[in-house]
Structure formats: C-alpha cells, structure tokens
Ligand binder design. Structure first.
Ligand SMILES: [Zn+2]
Length: 278
C-alpha cells in the first residue's frame, strides 16, 4: 500500500505535466471503486470543465489536485487516495490505456491523467473545500513538516496503545503505514510492542527516525513491493534500502541478530529483537 514517500513521489512526478494543464473531459469505466461506491462523475465534470490545474499537492496519503481559474480561489479539488494498488499516470492520448483504468481526465495538451486500480480499493472524489472534508479534517500532523517532539511526547503520554499501533493511527501521525513504521522503529531502537506512553521520553529520537525513514523513501522514489508505480510508470528503488521490512531471518545491520517478523491484527511487523528495546 502506498505510504507517504510513495504518494509524495507520485505528486512530484505528476506536477511537471499536470500543473497548469487544461481539463477537457472525464471518462469513467463504469465500475465502482472503494467500498463498491461509484465516483461522482457528474460532479467531477461540473467542477473540472473548462478549468486548469492550479496545484498538485499531498496531504498525508492523499493527492490533492486543485482546479479552477484563479489560484487564490480554486473551484474545487480532486482528492485521490491510492488505496492498495491505485496508480495515477500521465500518458499521451495515443498510448493505449492499461487494463483496470477506471477514470481518465483528458488534458488540453494531448495527454491524459489516468487512474488505474486493479483491486479498486482506491478512491477519487471532488470536493469544494478540502479542509472541511471529514477524512482530511481528522488527520494528525504531517511527519515531515508538522511533527514536533514536544507534541508527540504529549500525545504518547495519553495513549494505551503499543507504539506500532499508535504510529499507524492516522489521527496521531498522518501518512505512515506498515513499511515506514517498521523502518522508523528500527532506526529509533524501539521495540514495536512497547506501550506508547513508555516511549514519551524518546519522542525526539522517534521524530528523527520517522523523518529519516521517510526522507530515504522519497530520495529512492518510493518502495515498490508489488503494484506501486510513480506517475511516469516507474517503480521505486527503496525496497533494496529497507533495514528491516521484508527481511525476516536476515542479519540486523546494527547488531547482526536475525530480524524477526511478527503479525498483529493481520499486519506484519519486522524488527530486531536484540537492539530494539521495550
Ligand atoms: Zn539489531
């Protein structure tokens, strides 16, 4: 599932071709997306018709595409969540559409913005004011720009959850998933099962570790385990640079002990039992 570094990479690869592009039409496959909901294509047509793209940006794991005529007053925002296997691609009109293409926005310059999603857990919506959209309004701080050690320490102190579950909770910190939580906890030397409130004193180390794991992911253009691709269709290179995720049985880079895998609530955690302390 794409996490913050993958979504950031998609945004960065979309921006050069999409910023300022005119939106000329919307096509839909007719198939529902996440939770078997149909995207509101009439609203997309109403909001997008005759506009251009004012900005392409990221909030947590959401891609926001502001459209309108006046940058100060966007007419609306296309909100895209990639779910498990969703991809946003920019391609020339004459390039055949990939299987599982579900939404297409025709651009004024002969290109198309395509939403491809084999498993259809992704979601695309159009909203007038993203700040009031419930799914965005409940998000916690962005770990790259808004996460401060003192605030994190205060939040940790109020939690009864294990640190791994705390960091996966999008209301606590927005944008992390299984891969980067495993990586960040390893970098911080914190065992994933430690109660969150017991690591409040290590908040500065945690903030640094989270940022380092995410920035490495962005520098490597994301982690491709299976489906993830950037907007040009390229896979990311970060899988080879992961310290623990997907490496059970391999030696820990810090102490040499075998990396362990544990499954909680159906989700894998990878960690070193020797150098990640409770
Ligand atoms: Zn170790």
């Amino acid at each position: 599932m794409p996490e913050l570094p993958e979504v950031e990479t998609v945004v960065r690869t979309l921006r050069p071709g999409l910023q300022n592009a005119r939106l000329e039409g919307v096509w839909w496959s007719g198939l529902p997306l996440r939770m078997l909901r149909a995207p509101d294509v009439p609203a997309m047509k109403r909001v997008c018709r005759g506009t251009r793209v004012l900005a392409v940006r990221r909030q947590a794991k959401y891609i926001l595409i502001d459209v309108g005529a006046d940058p100060e007053h966007p007419r609306g925002t296309l909100l895209v969540h990639l779910g498990m296997s969703g991809q946003l691609r920019l391609a020339a009109e004459q390039v055949p559409r990939a299987p599982h293409t579900h939404l297409v926005w025709r651009l004024g310059d002969g290109h198309e913005l395509r939403f491809v999603d084999p498993r259809r857990f992704g979601w695309v919506a159009v909203v007038r004011a993203p700040a009031t959209f419930a799914e965005l309004a409940t998000l916690g701080p962005d770990p790259l720009t808004e996460l401060h050690p003192a605030d994190l320490a205060a939040a940790l102190a109020t939690s009864r959850a294990p640190i791994k579950a705390f960091l996966l909770d999008q209301r606590r910190v927005a944008g992390l998933g299984n891969i980067y939580v495993s990586e960040a906890l390893h970098r911080a030397g914190v065992h994933p099962g430690t109660p969150a409130r017991r690591v409040r004193g290590r908040a500065p180390v945690l903030v640094e570790a989270i940022k380092a794991a995410l920035l490495q992911g962005i520098a490597n253009r994301g982690t491709t385990l299976r489906d993830y691709r950037d907007a040009d269709g390229a896979a990311g290179n970060n899988a080879a640079a992961l310290l623990v995720y997907g490496r059970s049985g391999a030696p820990c880079g810090r102490c040499g002990a075998a990396i362990k895998r544990r499954v909680d609530a159906g989700r894998s955690t990878y960690f070193c039992g020797a150098c990640q302390r409770r």
